[in-house]
Design a binder for this molecule. Structure first.
Ligand code: GLU
Length: 551
């Protein structure tokens, strides 16, 4: 077969040579150990938490080695693409501090970097140039098989209990003559371009995965598709061409790609491209029906699979990152314990220490990590973050803040501290309205957690007496003294210890009187300091609530 003739027949309009392309993609000049990594999503408009995780570890690998981290958009599947998918990826990652050194830019903005274009849809000519070269070398051929023909091959293989795929004797179009090919082309028949695999099932290849170590696999024997009938490359071929030209040193990707590694190994080899290193990361999982039934977080089934879920709930970005780091490297938590105030970027991240099997996403753990993160935030920072979040996600809280930023600032101190100690109650901003509706909404309290040991009539009697004698403008010790003075004649022992020693003859102690007030004002059995709450609410609102509870 005259391969040059075939190459011209298939790719007559491709005039560029591989050398011309190589000249545009010189090897990068970086320090010896510098890693070049990339995040290579399909712009489907959905940012999966696993995507953020992969982007984070890819960025750390590059940044900590003085390398380059870039964004490549794998936008060859137009059916899955959404409008502004790239913007969505770039902006949602930026909120988590994932910033690219180079690569695809938001729509309408210029790309950064000399190794682009970084959108695969703009690289068609490049793939075709290398594909044409493979044809010239007799390493690739056109395949005209229709879907029906492929089905037939499959049925035959099933009947013969042979491996499924387009290979060896089953690869019909491998043996087409140049005349047959010419005829097909003239007749306008569509074709895909296939690799002419020289692999043998007996041979083994080895993937030296950074995370998993040595993985032995049979060599690829399939004549995989390189270019689809529209001339657009498959993932496999684009991966080889792009990661080689763009100078990727570490391909960090989901472990669902391990089984395709033999194809990639062969494609790099036949193309004469130096292979990058590979790190296949285990996905983030969840339990589904029973202890041992782990599955990947699913875009369709699990709201928590989406990065936006965390932002909507009001988890600070730092909390999510901090939690992802605990999954990424088990040593992270120890480090954090020893360096409570250090910036995350000071941690020496190690790709080789990533877990081999899928970690379970643990919401409780995220919440606990987040409580620590929030506890460390200054009041100014809290005010800023919460204001921003509430303006999009919590109308009532936002109205409260806008009505009085000062009051809001006071309310932060209220739940942030217990005396001098910093409390750790809040894991996400949506907890605020859930935990302190009595502060942040004007909704009437409809359920009261009153202590049943005190009868309804005793409670009312105390509340009415309290309202009648109520003095709002006093300090906290006077306030407490007043509660005692009002409660004592009604049968509440003013001394808690004395009451505990001999409760007989009392309705309760001053602590019980305070509990009545607390429930009347907040609805709850537990709350931050009641005096401070009252001061925040103001006299009018306090009396209004007491009166309603007394009815
Ligand atoms: N577009 C591929 C994916 O989203 C990229 C895999 C890779 O990083 O090579 O799975």
């Amino acid at each position: 077969m005259d391969n040059n003739f075939l190459a011209e027949l298939l790719f007559g309009d491709v005039k560029t040579t591989p050398d011309e392309i190589f000249a545009k993609y010189p090897p990068r000049t970086l320090p010896e150990k510098a890693a070049v990594t990339r995040f290579a999503p399909s712009p489907t408009g959905f940012m999966h938490i696993g995507g953020l995780y992969a982007a984070l570890v890819s960025m750390l690998t590059a940044k900590q080695s003085g390398g380059v981290f870039y964004l490549r958009l794998e936008d060859t599947d137009k059916k899955r693409e959404v409008e502004h998918g790239a913007d969505e990826i770039i902006t949602s990652l930026a909120k988590y501090g994932v910033i690219f050194d180079e690569g695809a830019a938001a729509d309408g903005e210029a790309e950064k970097g000399n190794y682009g274009p970084y959108r695969q849809s703009l690289r068609r000519g490049i793939y075709q140039t290398f594909a044409k070269e493979l044809v010239r070398q007799g390493l690739a051929y056109p395949c005209f098989c229709s879907a029906e023909e492929l089905d037939e091959i499959r049925a035959k293989q099933e009947a013969e209990k042979a491996d499924i795929g387009y290979y060896g004797e089953y690869a019909k179009c491998r043996s087409l003559t140049i005349e047959q090919i010419e005829q097909n082309i003239k007749a306008g028949r569509e074709f895909v371009l296939r690799l002419k695999s020289d692999g043998s099932a007996e041979n083994k290849i080895i993937c030296r995965d950074i995370i998993r170590g040595k993985i032995e696999m049979p060599e690829n024997i399939t004549d995989v598709v390189l270019l689809k009938s529209d001339g657009i490359p498959t993932y496999h071929y684009a991966h080889a061409v792009d990661d080689f030209l763009m100078g990727t040193t570490h391909v960090i990707r989901g472990d669902e790609w391990i089984s395709s590694y033999p194809i990639h190994e062969q494609l790099f080899k036949v193309s004469g491209f130096k292979m990058p290193l590979y790190a296949h990361i285990a996905p983030i999982m969840k339990l589904d029906g029973g202890e041992n039934r782990k599955r990947k977080l699913s875009k369709r089934k699990d709201p928590e699979a989406s990065v936006s879920f965390y932002a909507n709930a009001g988890f600070p970005a730092e909390s999510v990152l901090e939690y992802l780091m605990t999954i990424a490297n088990s040593g992270y938590e120890d480090w954090r314990m020893k360096n409570p105030d250090a910036d995350m970027s000071e941690y020496k991240f190690k790709l080789e220490k990533m877990p081999v099997s899928g970690a379970l996403f643990d919401m409780d753990k995220l919440a606990s990590v987040s409580k620590d993160v929030i506890a460390k935030m200054s009041e100014e920072r809290l005010a800023k973050e919460i204001t921003l979040w509430a303006s999009v996600h919590d109308e009532k809280l936002s109205a409260f803040i806008t009505a009085s930023p000062e009051k809001f600032a006071e309310s932060i101190s209220l739940w942030k501290y217990n005396g001098k100690k910093v409390r750790k109650d809040i894991a996400k901003w949506s907890d605020l309205s859930a935990m302190f509706p009595y502060l942040y909404s004007n909704d009437e309290i409809t359920e009261y957690e009153f202590d049943e040991r005190i009868s309804d009539s005793d409670r009312r009697e105390f509340l009415n007496a309290y309202i009648a004698a109520y003095n709002h403008d006093c300090d906290s010790s006077q306030w407490f003294a007043d509660v005692k003075t009002i409660a004592e004649p009604l049968g509440f022992c003013p001394d808690i210890k004395a009451y505990k020693a001999s409760p007989d003859g009392f309705k309760g102690s001053v602590a019980d009187a305070c509990a009545i007030l607390r429930a009347a004002i907040t609805g709850r059995k537990n709350s931050p300091d009641l005096y401070s709450i009252i001061q925040l609410l103001g006299k009018e609102e306090t009396v209004k609530r007491l009166s309603k509870a007394a009815k």
